[in-house]
Every structure is written in C-alpha cells, then in structure tokens.
Design a protein around this ligand. Structure first.
Ligand SMILES: Cc1cc2nc3c(=O)[nH]c(=O)nc-3n(C[C@H](O)[C@H](O)[C@H](O)COP(=O)(O)OP(=O)(O)OC[C@H]3O[C@@H](n4cnc5c(N)ncnc54)[C@H](O)[C@@H]3O)c2cc1C
Ligand SMILES: NC(=O)c1ccc[n+]([C@@H]2O[C@H](COP(=O)([O-])OP(=O)(O)OC[C@H]3O[C@@H](n4cnc5c(N)ncnc54)[C@H](OP(=O)(O)O)[C@@H]3O)[C@@H](O)[C@H]2O)c1
Length: 432
C-alpha cells in the first residue's frame, strides 16, 4: 500500500499548472483534468493575438510543469454536472484531495431585454473564438460597422483591437457605468488603442459628466490623465475606425429587428458614495445608440453547473479556513475540495496573479494532506478507470505530438503559429 498522496486538479490554466508543479515537486501524485485538449486556459485562449512572445514564454513554463514524472494529464475531459465525470465521481476515484482551478466559465449576463438578439455577445465567447478555442471557434458572430463594448477594463481594449484590425468596423463606443477616474484598463494596453480615440468627443464627454464628478468632489483631471497618459506611447493609427467613450451610462435593453440587434438603450448614471465605494446609480434618463453589435466585457462568473455551491458569481469558500495561505481561504465547504485562481476569485488579475494563487492553493492542499493518512489507492488503478471512459482523452505524449503537428503546419503555411480550430481536427491529427 502506497503512502503517496493522490491529488486531482481540475483545470489546466496557469493556476492549475503551477499548482500541479508545486504539488508534484512536494511528492504528491497529481492527476490534471482539463476541459480543453490543450493546456493554458486563458493564457492560450485569452491573451491577445499578437502577444506571441508572451504566449510562447508561458507555453515553455507549462511544458516544464508537465514534465514532472508523477503528473498525469487528461485533456478533452469536462468535469461537472453536465460533464464526462461529475465532481463526486472524481472524488470517488480515491483522491486524497481535489483542487478546482477551472477558471470562471460562467457568463455574467445582466438579464436585460434583447440579450438573445443576433449581434449581442459576451467577451469570453468572442475572445475564445478569435483565439481558436473549440467549439467557440466554430460559432458564427455578427460584427456590424457600429459596435458598443460594455466595460472599461483590459478585456474591452482587447476586443476593440480585434474589431479594428480583424473586423474593420467604423465606430466603437465603450459604455462605462462610472466615470473616467474609474476605468480599469492599463496604460500598457491603452497604448494600442489611444490613436483611435476621438479626442474632441472625449473632451465633450468630460464636460458633460463634469457636474456629476463635482458632486462627489472628484478631480476630472485625474480621469483625463488616466485615459490620455497612453498618448505618449501611442501605436500608430492604420485603420479608419473611430473609438469613443460614453461615460456614466449603463445598458438597459437591446432592441432589434427580425432577431438582429439595431439599437442599444442606455440609462444615464450619477455617482454616489456608499459604504466607502463609489457606485453608479441610474438617473432614469434613457437614450439609444444605433449599433449592430454589443459585446459585454464586464468580467465573468464561475460555472454554476460545476457541482460546487456558488454565491455572488463565485464558489462558496469556507470563511473559517483551517489551512489558509497568506490569510486567504482556498477551502470550499466540502472537506478536501479546494479552489484556486479564477475559480477562487473570478476575473481577477493577470497570469502572474493566477500563478501565485495556484501555488498558494497547492500549499493549502499540502497543509491539509499532512493531517491525514494517504488513501493508499494505486494511481495506476485510477488511470485505468479514466482511460476506460468512452471518450478520446489527450495525454502528455499526445499534447507533444499535437504541438509538433501544428508547428509543422505553421512552417508549411509560413505562419507565426497555426492552430486547428476544431477538436475533431486535433483528434484526427492525433489518430484518436
Ligand atoms: C481576454 C483576456 C485577455 C487576457 N490577457 C492577459 C494578458 O495579456 N496578460 C496577462 O498576464 N493576463 C491576461 N489575462 C488574464 C489571465 O489570462 C488570467 O489571469 C489567467 O488565465 C487565469 O488563470 P486560471 O488558471 O485561474 O483560469 P483559466 O486560464 O481560465 O484556466 C481554466 C482552465 O480550466 C479548464 N476548465 C474549465 N472548466 C473545466 C471543467 N468543468 N472541467 C475541466 N476543466 C475545466 C479550462 O479548459 C482551462 O484550461 C487575460 C484574460 C482575459 C479574459
Ligand atoms: N492585456 C492584459 O494585460 C489583460 C487583458 C485582458 C484582461 N486582463 C486582466 O484580466 C482581468 C479581467 O479583465 P476585465 O477587463 O474583464 O475586468 P475589469 O478590469 O474588472 O473590467 C470590467 C469592467 O466591466 C465593468 N462592469 C462590471 N460589471 C458591470 C455591470 N454590471 N454593468 C456595467 N459595467 C460593468 C466594470 O466597471 P466598474 O469598474 O464600475 O465595476 C469595468 O469597467 C483583469 O485583471 C485584467 O487586467 C489583462
């Protein structure tokens, strides 16, 4: 009977991969389950298209993590109530602990009229599609000439760039529920977009919202600086697209004709300070914008069908953790089941944050393991049960093969990179 601890990690994005490396290095036997065929999560299928060096650097680190001999990988396997295995079935295989690092796969719809119209999308779906993640890459999208993006984070910037360079749209309006001082994109990202900003319109917007900023004694210069500081590093404008901000406005309805989006209705907001937080409040004044596409870039929530209790867009954490790391609870309310990365805190931070969170989650799991004897189940028995599932499963060896097939294809086509856009093509290339 083995005294090696067996840990299941669900989700092979940055949080799961770095957690897997941490636990395997400490001597646990790690089984890594992943919905996608390939590893990387949003580092592979979220990060913007032209960041080749960053993506390649991360892939290198992911490959190194997978090289641990006591780490097994099962890609193309969805865990959850509607999955290939439920969370309970995974636990019943005999693992000593389960760490969920499945990201934030739920969609944060606001429940507004017209969300089902053609032309209304959520950022994650569009981003997954342009980064060629099946099945999103096989869906049809309708990008019109006039587009509205809801939100003012870095994801909004990525989408604006995609609409400018890959869809050649005429106009993009970012609908921002609070003011210019509250935008959350960074200068480093805004530099890619700032040359498209209609500066006259921006000044008019600042003047329009000024009376509201003054009611809360906000300095409008801070907002102007936050948006315009990227001007000094602006990338050149090469397309005719015009980008504008619409501050202090929230979407209230999408209107359409024959099932297709034609207008976005927004409500003007004012700002109020409540419990130390600056909140947007509707004024009742509504107006419409003529647009053919609306994309919500307002962050994501965890998958409510996963099999863990959820509350306010997140999996419920144990408020009194026994195995906290840096004061943070990685424990769910189920003994032996932990969460990390965007599965712990949806849509928070860069890859580096997910990496640190994955490692800390692994440390919390390790603390927990020290309090109990190992289950003694033979990992080979678990592996045999997984391989017996009626599903083509991608292992570490097959991942390597897929990488070399795609690299060869890129070379043949003279491309920086090549990705198969469907699971069928990937599985066929692997002979599965
Ligand atoms: C559009 C966008 C662009 C970004 N650009 C950058 C950037 O330029 N630089 C930067 O540093 N950060 C960027 N980020 C942030 C970064 O991608 C995240 O911080 C990080 O990927 C989160 O890691 P994670 O492992 O928690 O989740 P994810 O990366 O989402 O990984 C989740 C993994 O879990 C798997 N999974 C999901 N559900 C299941 C299930 N039910 N069963 C089994 N497996 C499952 C998925 O297949 C995936 O592999 C970006 C984020 C977005 C949304
Ligand atoms: N290139 C990069 O480095 C890069 C690229 C993409 C993503 N990321 C990272 O990934 C994480 C997620 O990015 P993100 O852009 O999704 O998140 P974000 O920075 O939190 O931005 C979300 C935006 O949506 C708005 N919003 C939220 N709920 C809303 C609602 N109900 N109605 C209207 N507006 C709403 C927010 O406004 P409020 O401020 O008012 O809440 C905010 O402007 C961030 O850490 C980001 O830095 C990084």
């Amino acid at each position: 009977m083995s005294n090696q601890f067996l840990v299941a990690i669900i989700g092979a994005g940055p949080a799961g991969l770095f957690a897997a490396r941490e636990l395997a290095t400490r001597g646990a036997h790690v089984t890594l389950f992943n919905r996608d065929i390939k590893v990387g999560g949003l580092a592979e299928y979220g990060i913007y298209l032209d960041k080749h060096t960053m993506k390649e650097g991360l892939r290198k680190q992911f490959r190194q993590a997978l090289e641990q001999p006591n780490l097994e990988y099962y890609g193309n396997l969805l865990i959850g109530a509607d999955g290939d295995l439920t969370l309970d079935q995974v636990r019943a295989l005999g693992f000593d602990a389960v760490l969920v690092t499945a990201g934030a796969q739920g969609t944060k719809w606001l429940g507004l009229p017209g969300e089902d119209l053609e032309g209304v999308y959520h950022a994650k779906d569009v981003v997954y599609a342009y980064n060629k993640l099946p099945p999103f890459s096989q869906k049809k999208f309708r990008f019109g000439k006039r587009c509205a993006l809801i939100g003012a984070g870095n994801v909004m910037i990525d989408l604006a760039r995609f609409l400018i360079y890959y869809q050649q749209v005429d106009e993009i309006t970012a609908i921002v529920r609070r003011g210019p001082n509250e935008v959350s994109f960074t200068k480093e990202e805004m530099k890619h977009l700032i040359a498209y900003l209609d500066l006259n319109n921006f000044e008019e917007e600042l003047a329009r919202v000024l009376p509201i900023l003054q009611t809360i004694e906000q300095d409008p210069e801070l907002g102007r600086h936050k948006v315009l500081e990227a001007l000094s590093k602006a990338e050149p404008k090469t397309q005719p697209t015009v980008f504008r901000f619409d501050f202090l406005a929230s979407p209230t309805a999408m209107l359409g004709e024959n099932g297709k989006l034609t207008k976005l209705e927004v409500e003007d907001n004012t700002l109020i300070l409540k419990d130390g937080e600056l909140k947007a409040r509707g004024t009742g004044n509504k107006r419409t914008l003529d647009v053919e596409t609306v994309i919500f870039a307002i962050g994501d929530k965890v998958d409510e069908t996963f099999g863990l209790p959820t509350e306010r867009n997140e999996f419920v954490k144990n408020p009194n953790p026994k195995f906290a790391e840096e004061g943070v609870s990685y424990e769910t309310t189920i003994e032996g089941v932990f969460v990390g990365g965007w599965s712990r805190k949806a849509s928070e931070g860069l890859v580096g944050v997910a990496r640190k969170d994955g490692i800390n989650a692994a440390k919390a799991v390790w603390q927990y393991l020290q309090t109990k004897p190992a289950s003694g189940v033979d990992p080979a028995k678990i592996a045999a049960q997984i391989q017996a599932l009626n599903k083509p499963i991608v292992t570490k060896a097959e991942l390597k093969k897929l990488e070399s097939v795609e690299a060869e294809e890129a070379q043949k086509r003279g491309l920086e990179e090549f990705k198969f856009a469907s699971n069928e093509e990937m599985l066929q290339a692997l002979g599965l």
